[in-house]
Design a protein around this ligand. Structure first.
Ligand SMILES: Cc1cc2nc3c(=O)[nH]c(=O)nc-3n(C[C@H](O)[C@H](O)[C@H](O)COP(=O)(O)OP(=O)(O)OC[C@H]3O[C@@H](n4cnc5c(N)ncnc54)[C@H](O)[C@@H]3O)c2cc1C
Length: 370
């Protein structure tokens, strides 16, 4: 008999949500995390926005799991006193040329099931007097939450249900055997192995490498990840009250566009931009010489901002299935049964809205393994 029924690789918000979900059904769940603590990578380096489900192609996993996850998150937050604020969001067109794109986003969002209202320039200015706008989408269900508190919640639920979360434990090998997987782990200098019946790869930026450990040809499968860094700048306190809700531009290229958001310290921040890193490079430094480029893109929505108002803040790295310039791809959440890997689920390319979708992703994964 295998040592564990379920092994989850990676204790970010997704791995922890899956652990919380599955440990309700099985008493033999272990989560392996290579860092000193859970949630030290992408899950703690993001905008902490509860997305309403506006932008994604209807029927895609991103659209469906974002909407389901959004509703689950609000009730999890309310019932468990997790810091959150259904603060709402505007997507503002800053000139007439952007209006057709704004209308397209509106139609898509409505098709996905997001509650939205189209606002005239005057109505948008009444909500946010300082923004540049010729019309905007109002999304009442967009909000913010504390990603750390959410991860603490999933962690404690999993632990209370007898799951084990093992930090400083890196998975370095996966061997399929009859009815089980032999998993090799490294803890400091020590290498050892154990067996598990089912295996869930929630390794974020390293999920393609973990899939390769199980013998999957990640190029043929389309699983090789590119890293797209997103940096943030904070605004000087005297200008921190220019907006009272999240304000986004109409997206131009990749990503949703540099937008205005507030962190839990009450600071107004702008970000994230999109900067593809060299293959495999993880670099969280924020390049202060980007301040002028940031100020320029922010002035599309807030003309009062200059480069002198901005201070480098933090960054996060998105695990992208598409290479630079390619159209966005959907999440990969796949039971690899047809590759001869019964009981093995890969989660690859879980970029935004992965935080919002996390509780819905967890239910989806549990369903795939039932
Ligand atoms: C700049 C930015 C802004 C974003 N903004 C939002 C937003 O506002 N709203 C939203 O919904 N989403 C947002 N996202 C997306 C969201 O942050 C991610 O989708 C989510 O955090 C992914 O969680 P995860 O658990 O899959 O990955 P991670 O948090 O990266 O966790 C994976 C874990 O696996 C561990 N691991 C990797 N390899 C191994 C191994 N071999 N052995 C053991 N452990 C291993 C890692 O150490 C890590 O802890 C944003 C992302 C970025 C980068």
């Amino acid at each position: 008999m295998p040592d564990f029924e379920y092994t989850i690789i990676g204790a970010g918000v997704v791995g922890l949500a899956v652990a919380a979900e599955i440990s309700g059904k099985s008493r033999h769940v272990v989560v392996l995390e290579k860092n000193d603590k859970y949630g030290m990578e992408t899950s703690s380096r993001n905008s902490e926005v509860i997305h309403a489900g506006i932008y994604y192609p209807p029927g895609s996993l991103k659209a469906v799991l974002c909407i389901e996850g959004r509703d689950l998150l609000y009730s999890i937050c309310e019932q468990n006193h997790i810091s959150h604020d259904r603060c709402s969001k505007l997507i503002t067109a800053s000139n007439q040329e952007e209006l057709p794109k704004l209308e397209e986003i509106f139609r898509r969002g409505r098709e996905n099931g997001a509650r939205l209202r189209m606002l005239s320039a005057q109505a948008a200015s009444e909500l946010e007097p300082n923004i540049r706008t010729v019309g905007a989408i109002y999304s009442p269900d967009t909000g913010i939450l504390s990603a750390h508190e959410l991860m603490d919640y999933f962690y404690h639920v999993a632990i209370e249900r007898n799951a084990t979360v093992q930090p400083r434990c890196e998975v370095t090998g996966i061997q399929k055997r009859a009815g089980e997987y032999e998993i090799t782990i490294r803890e400091g200098e020590l290498e050892s192995s154990f067996t598990s019946e089912k295996l869930i790869n929630a390794a974020g930026l390293h999920s393609d490498a973990v899939a390769a450990l199980a013998g999957i040809d990640i190029d043929q499968a389309g699983y090789r990840l590119s890293f797209a860094k997103g940096s943030y700048f904070a605004v000087r306190p005297s200008k921190a009250n220019l907006v009272s809700r999240l304000v986004y531009p109409v997206p131009q290229n990749e990503g949703l566009g540099v937008h205005a958001l507030r962190d839990w310290g009450g600071r107004l921040k702008f970000g994230p931009d999109v900067e593809y890193l060299e293959q495999g490079v993880i670099d969280y430094s924020v390049d202060e010489t980007k301040a002028s480029a940031f100020a320029e893109s922010i002035r599309r929505i807030l003309p009062q901002i200059t480069a002198d108002d901005l201070m480098p803040d933090m960054s996060g790295i998105r695990p992208k299935l598409q290479k630079k310039g390619e159209p966005p791809k959907d999440f990969v959440i796949r039971h690899e049964r047809d590759r001869g890997l019964e009981g093995f689920v890969n989660l690859i390319g879980i970029d935004s809205p992965g935080l919002t979708a996390s509780p819905a992703i967890a239910r989806h994964v549990a369903g795939l393994l039932e």
